[in-house]
Structures are given as C-alpha cells and as structure tokens.
Ligand binder design. Structure first.
Ligand code: XBP
Ligand code: MG
Length: 253
C-alpha cells in the first residue's frame, strides 16, 4: 500500500453545515431580490440536493418542481444572473461570521498542516464561496494551506462525476492510492470512488440516511477529544475522534 500523501476535503456539509444555513438562505434571498415567488423550504432543498451545483440545481427545480415557469429571455443567462446574486448573498452570510466549522475540522486540518500532510479542496461549489468559508471560518490565510482548490466550473461535469477529484490529483501529481477523500454525501462518495479514492464520510442532517457503501468509515462527525464521534459503519478501533493516525490507518486498511 502506498503511503498517504494528501487529504482531499469536500467543503459543503463536510467542513461546515453550509447547505441549510448558507446556500439555502442565499438562494431564497436571490429569488426575492429578483421578484420571483420561488421559495425553497428546508425540506424541498433536501430533495434539490440530489443535483450538485447551484446553477444546475435551479434548472433541476424548474424541470421538476416549477414546470409552469416561463422566462421571456435566455433561461441560461437568467439562471447565471440569479447565481451571481446568490453567491453574493452567500459570501455576505459567511463574512458576517455566521458559519462555524463542524466539530473536529479545525483540529484535523491543523494537525495535518503541522505534519506537512498535503491538502486540497475538492468541491462543486464556486471558488468565491470556498475562499469566504476558509478565510472567515478557518483563518485569514487558510486558502494558502491547501495546495489545490478544485472548485465549481473548473470541470464541466460536477459530482457525482469523478472529474473534480481526477483534476485535483492531476494538479498535485498524485495517484488515488496516495490520497484519501473526506466527504459527507452520496454524490461526494460516488465522485471520490469513481476517481479510485478511499473515502471517509461524516454525515449531516441532509445525508444521514444515504447509501455510503464502500466507505472507509461512516461517522456522525469528526469529533473532538471531549466530543467523541459515533461510528455508523466501519471500524475505528479504540479511536474516539478522527485524527491523522486514524486517517492513516483507514487509508492503509
Ligand atoms: C455542494 C453543492 C453545491 C452548493 C452550491 O456539493 O451541491 O452545489 O450547494 O454551490 P459537494 P454553488 O459538497 O458535494 O461539493 O451555488 O456555488 O454551485
Ligand atoms: Mg458535500
């Protein structure tokens, strides 16, 4: 087995609970600004999360849940404008400090950094959103902690396609056997596994019932020494929180 050389982090749902408290709020604010009567409930949003990417999600909403909507101009351009407005709202929500990292995220990232473990961000969300989360929730210089930030439209096919993971590993000059992915969702694990990666899952409110077959482990959170995780599938041995030693054991298993 190859030595573990890099941790590849998903963002939404993995680093922070950004979907319900960030993206959903931002979408609804953008809709209201545009004078639309669209309003996504938290429950509907859970269904819309089947599709990754904000622009793709709005198209999916119109195709499946709001089929009567007609737009006189170019629909793609309209969705692009709405998405620009949504991103502005999202970045503002994060700048206001309204998005804490999930339990154990800062601790694991700081441990990896201290150990010179290479790290990348691999996400479908837009680059501006990643910068906002890392700088406001982690540290002002935190974007520089990650060798590659693979985000948004840099690849044409978003998760569950493997493309974004393949892209990140190409940029780093690493093979899947030298990396491990940290994800929270079904689309995320499909993307990572499609790229040949072992995957650690921390579930969240939207993803806890999903199929995570083949995951290296499924946890309710990364946890802290005084806030132990619950193992939902897999074997954590005697570990009570996700640290680099456990990540390396899961990679080698
Ligand atoms: C995250 C997403 C993103 C965000 C929206 O998926 O689905 O699309 O909800 O981001 P993952 P944008 O965690 O699997 O990467 O609006 O910037 O596209
Ligand atoms: Mg995610």
């Amino acid at each position: 087995m190859n030595e573990l050389k890099a941790l590849l982090f998903d963002v939404d749902g993995t680093l922070a609970d950004t979907e319900r408290d960030g993206h959903l709020v931002a979408f609804n604010r953008a809709f209201a600004d545009a004078g639309l009567d669209w309003h996504w409930s938290s429950e509907l949003y859970g269904e819309l999360l089947t599709v990754t990417g904000g622009k793709e999600r709005m198209h999916f909403y119109l195709d499946e849940y709001n089929t009567d909507f007609t737009h006189p101009g170019n629909l793609d351009d309209f969705i692009k404008q709405l998405h620009i407005a949504k991103t502005e709202h999202y970045v503002n929500i994060l700048a206001e400090g309204g998005m804490p990292l999930r339990s154990g995220v800062r601790r694991l990232i700081e441990e990896a950094r201290a150990a010179d473990m290479r790290m990348a961000i691999v996400t479908t969300t837009s680059p501006d959103n990643v910068t906002a989360l890392l700088t406001h929730a982690l540290a002002p210089d935190a974007t520089s902690w990650f060798e590659v930030i693979a985000a948004g439209d840099v690849v044409p096919a978003k998760k569950p396609a493997p493309d974004i993971y393949v892209y990140a590993m190409q940029e780093m000059g690493l093979s899947p056997a030298e990396c491990i992915a940290l994800e929270d969702s079904r689309n995320g694990i499909l993307s990572a596994q499609g790229a040949g990666l072992k995957t650690i899952i921390t579930v969240d409110a939207y993803t806890k019932g999903s199929d995570f077959s083949g995951a290296a482990i499924v946890l309710d959170q990364m946890g802290e020494p005084d806030i132990p995780f619950t193992v939902l599938a897999g074997d954590a041995g005697s570990s009570r929180y996700l640290d680099l030693a456990l990540v390396k054991r899961l990679h080698a298993a």
